[in-house]
Design a protein around this ligand. Structure first.
Ligand SMILES: [Zn+2]
Length: 142
């Protein structure tokens, strides 16, 4: 069985591939990057080998502001998927964020009580380290 790698707290670590490494490395360096299509300018998230809009294959990593608006969110109050490392963080809110530059991204929303989170809330990115080589973007109220 392919065991998931865990961090010290018992949370699963992302599987980092050549296609996604620039994202995790940038987050480690406190930058939020997404792929930008060299043909039509569309910003892609998640990272893909082709543009989600025109299919173009010339994709460059560009830094974005990390500012955005909550499009939707859900809050978990119980540990999911047998990852007890999350227990200390409960409740955990996962937001879908419309970045000001145009891409739609998801990330944990922190620094606000879940009952105060609203669709349309303005947020800004913040970063946490998850391993020696990777950081993860999270979002706080702007
Ligand atoms: Zn394109």
């Amino acid at each position: 069985m392919n065991e998931k790698r865990m961090d010290a707290a018992g949370k699963p670590l992302p599987e980092i591939t050549d296609a996604t490494r620039p994202f995790w490395t940038a987050a480690k360096n406190r930058k939020l990057v997404v792929q930008k299509c060299g043909r039509c300018g569309t910003l892609n998230f998640l990272p893909k080998p082709w543009c989600i809009d025109c299919g173009g294959r010339q994709l460059d990593w560009v830094e974005v502001s990390g500012r955005g608006t909550i499009y939707s969110f859900t809050t978990a109050s119980k540990v999911m998927m047998n990852f007890p490392g999350w227990k200390a963080d409960l409740p955990v809110t996962l937001g879908i964020i419309d970045l000001d530059e145009g891409a739609r991204m998801y990330g944990q929303v922190i620094g606000i009580k879940p009952e105060a989170i609203r669709i349309g809330l303005k947020v800004a990115v913040t970063f946490e380290d998850i391993s020696p080589e990777a950081g993860i973007p999270k979002f706080v109220p702007a």
